[in-house]
Design a binder for this molecule. Sequence first.
Ligand SMILES: Nc1ncnc2c1ncn2[C@@H]1O[C@H](COP(=O)(O)OP(=O)(O)OP(=O)(O)O)[C@@H](O)[C@H]1O
Ligand SMILES: CC(=O)N[C@H]1[C@@H]2OC[C@@H](O2)[C@@H](O)[C@@H]1O[C@H](C)C(=O)O
Length: 404
Amino acid sequence: MHRLAHLARQPSRRIIGLMSGTSLDGLDVALCRLHGHGTATRLELEHFATVPYEEDFRRRVRQVFAREQVSLEYLTLLHAWLGREHARMVLACLHEWQVAPAEVDLLASHGQTVYHAPAHQHQHPDFPGLNATLQLGDADHLAVGTGIITIGDFRQKHVAAGGEGAPLAAYGDFLLLSSPAEERLLLNLGGIANFTYLPRTTTDASSQHASAAFSTDTGPGNTLLDTVVRAHFPGHSYDEDGRLAAAGTVHATLLKELLAHPFFTAPLPKTTGPELFGPAYLQAAQAGTHTLGLPVEDLLATLVELSATGVARAARLALGEQPAVAVYASGGGAHNPVLMAALQRHLPACRFASTAALGVAPDAKEAILFALLANEAVAGQPLSMGAGRQRVPAVRMGKISLPD
Ligand SMILES: Nc1ncnc2c1ncn2[C@@H]1O[C@H](COP(=O)(O)OP(=O)(O)OP(=O)(O)O)[C@@H](O)[C@H]1O
Ligand SMILES: CC(=O)N[C@H]1[C@@H]2OC[C@@H](O2)[C@@H](O)[C@@H]1O[C@H](C)C(=O)O
């Protein structure tokens, strides 16, 4: 605790942010130097790596991932095992980068979301209106395994304060990427797609512009695309550069059926996950439109269109009929030219670029977010954002795990 108090007073901190997302492609590890805190934060990314998950690793996570019913024994074992595995991966990165654990101030661990249950999605009769979310990979294992003080389990505070536990991106995007020059959407195309809306900053009152920033999920990003590729091409996990989708044709009837889900018209902000946008949702829509035998290229083309339409609809809900803002993309889907082209078509008045144009590596952005949140937990203040229904809970997030 003395060490934490000391750290809080330092002008800068060296923090590793960890993110393991819904795509289960690997653990993102971002070693950051953070200067200051709050709106004065400045960040340097010193090192970044994605430690890929082996097939057997993914198999274990999939035993419980987004499943309504699982073995409680398996879940318990996985919680400890993931913490230990993530610690091992962090140590391997540090070894590679020739950085000693003692040279790192904090580890910020998101863990692995295994179930996301916002009230609108679970509708369980025993828990009406209750938002909940569960991340595995216990932070004590990371702290003890690496010797680095670890801040983990960020999402619970957000839920406790009235949010759905996600997206947390608004907190980091607001601190790092707000601009006096332009209105921005920070669009993350992961397994699930989400964006942060950032109005222009005004010169004086940062509190005023903070009042309108918020983030929301928009629907599937890559998750359904990956599901289809895995089912049709064993050993492959995604449609590289959208080549298969580019060769297909959008099936209008299937698209309409997929878009009929009330999630797409629900007010912002909202969150979702593969619990909803998974194989059962796709199968039901295909069965209902007699398209179970659709060629895989057409199916992928339709799902790209679904992801792009989800983003465009949410952008219109946030910004009106003809959004005309700067959009900065990140996440794996930003590497998919077919998806990016569809987005530009849906939002013709927006200017698209990668977050790289803002100095933030697009694959590292979510891991960086957790480093930022840990920095705020230790040295910052709760941040107030959003207005009305879009109010973002004013909280500092994360729990402290000490190595000894
Ligand atoms: N070159 C590429 N072409 C097409 N798709 C790609 C490419 N590179 C990555 N992707 C997609 O990006 C996915 C990984 O994205 P990312 O790592 O952002 O997801 P995540 O962080 O796990 O998800 P989330 O943000 O929902 O938690 C891959 O599974 C794949 O679908
Ligand atoms: C519950 C959960 O893990 N949600 C993730 C997921 O991946 C993308 C999207 O769905 C987003 O809402 C969130 O992650 C990012 C890092 C966030 O909280 O901003």
